[in-house]
Design a protein around this ligand. Structure first.
Ligand code: ATP
Length: 441
């Protein structure tokens, strides 16, 4: 088992070397805390989003999907409170001009700059708005200022009536979205943990006021169970409740699901009771009625309360990678293995002809074609010893490796080797698809 302090370093290096995550615009020296997902990273990311969508939308009758635009009417962000309230306190060292979040433990309550060491060098904290601004249209004047959304949630609120009308849902029901969000974080960092551009998987569940506490507990339990279902070890997950000082401007109650990252316990999902704050404000600012009218008892009208579940794709990926990363000794040789759940693994099966002759490449290619036709992502590798080929797949989390050898020509069987148990067994080539499919769905 790797020492926790160097796990991050090893993961960052593995992610770059094997094509999971690259620094954005690296050849120009990188962009501050923005990351690109490479060939394997994008597969992992798609699988995570797919698993979330399946659990939150496809497997339920009471949640609808939505894909709202990143750019919204600027009044949305006035109504939501983000223009006035989505701020962090910023302090600047008057000597080296480095900036910090005033509530960062490195500087909070201390009067010494952690970078240049100057004492009493901090000015008064000022509030810094985390929203990115840009201009819509050709004239760069303030009337055309728009924001890059800092959360997807507002798209669900402003479409609340559209979704009801188009789907015939009744309260309680939810709207789910996966999409990009942007925050001009003062102190981003820890690889893909805190970035300025990131993706969120958010679900807003609209409920009758009074039933909100019960639904809050329901979603807390559901979301924790989902994390565990992805194979994340239960001992590395916990809830943490926001104290009154930490509650966002819209929240009545908030719990984080935290993961034990190598740099400490940190949030990666939030479950919030946002009350009727957002709908009420949008009703006020837009002048449009957003009330829900009970279709049976039409006298019953109210603004629903909202229970939100909000999780970052990047943070989920980081938690999954940290949890899956293991170093072990195998037959005296070190082995790095990513024990990712087979459903999430970027490559599901590697196909190896033992040698590049005697009909083995042809058989291997035919198997790969069958895997492709079945929609199973595979990788063909005919270079190096089988042991080396196994190692390369282990460190990218491929759960199954198939080897086509001399016996395959005689009896049509192949060897399948399991990443976790290391057990090798012969199965008929005709059963490969079923074998893999039952283990990845
Ligand atoms: P934090 O306290 O870490 O800044 P938050 O409480 O502001 O997070 P929410 O607004 O609840 O976060 O956002 C929901 C989720 O979106 C977070 O749990 C996290 O997974 C993700 N997220 C938020 N900000 C970032 C960011 N800057 N980079 C990556 N993911 C983020």
């Amino acid at each position: 088992m790797a020492n926790s302090s160097d796990v991050m370093e090893k993961l960052v290096s593995l992610c770059k070397r094997r094509g999971f995550v690259f620094q954005s615009s690296e050849i120009y020296g990188g962009t501050g805390s923005v990351w690109d997902y490479g060939p394997l990273g994008v597969e992992l990311q798609r699988n995570v989003k797919e698993a979330w969508w399946r659990a939150m939308v496809h497997e339920r009758d009471d949640i609808e999907g939505l894909d709202a635009a990143i750019l919204m009417h600027p009044r949305v962000w006035e109504a939501s409170g983000h223009v006035s309230g989505f701020t962090d306190p910023l302090i600047e060292c008057t000597s080296c001009h480095r900036r910090f979040r005033a509530d960062n433990p490195e500087v909070a309550g201390k009067n010494q700059c952690p970078v240049c060491g100057t004492k009493d060098s901090f000015g008064e904290p000022r509030m810094f708005n985390l929203m990115f601004k840009t201009f819509m249209g050709p004239v760069e004047d303030t009337s055309a200022t728009v924001y890059l959304r800092p959360e997807t949630a507002q798209g669900s609120y402003v479409n609340f009536q559209n979704v009801i009308n188009g789907s015939r849902q009744r309260v309680p029901f939810g709207i789910a979205q996966i999409g990009k969000a942007f925050r001009n974080e003062i102190t981003p960092g820890n690889f893909i943990f805190r970035t300025r551009e990131f993706e969120q998987m958010e679900m807003q569940f609209f409920v009758e006021p009074g039933s909100d506490d019960e639904w809050f507990e329901y979603w807390k339990a559901k979301r924790m169970a989902w994390m565990e279902s992805l194979g994340i070890r239960a001992e590395n997950l916990r809830f943490s409740e926001h104290g009154p000082d930490e509650l966002a401007h819209y929240a009545k109650k908030a719990f984080d699901i935290q993961y034990k990252f190598p740099f400490g316990w940190q949030e990666f999902e939030g479950i919030h009771n946002r009350t009727d704050f957002d709908l009420k404000r949008h009703q006020e600012y837009s002048g449009k009625k957003l009330e829900y009218v009970d279709p049976v008892d039409r006298e019953k009208r109210y603004l629903p309360y909202v229970i939100e579940t909000a999780v970052g794709v990047g943070r989920t990926i980081l938690a999954l990678l940290v949890d899956a990363y293991q170093e072990e000794a195998l037959e005296g040789e070190p082995r790095v293995v990513l024990r990712l759940d087979p459903r999430l693994a970027p490559i599901k099966v590697a196909v190896f002809p033992l040698v590049k002759k005697d009909g083995m490449p042809e058989r291997a290619t035919a198997i790969q074609q069958a895997l492709r036709a079945a929609g199973i992502n595979s990788f063909y590798d005919d270079s190096g010893s089988i042991g080396k080929r196994y190692r390369r797949q282990d460190e990218t989390g491929t759960p199954f490796c198939l080897t086509i050898d001399g016996q395959s020509n005689e009896d049509g069987t192949v060897t399948v080797r399991d990443r976790d148990t290391l057990v090798q067994q012969r199965i008929s080539s005709d059963s490969v698809i079923d074998y893999v499919r039952t283990r990845i769905s």
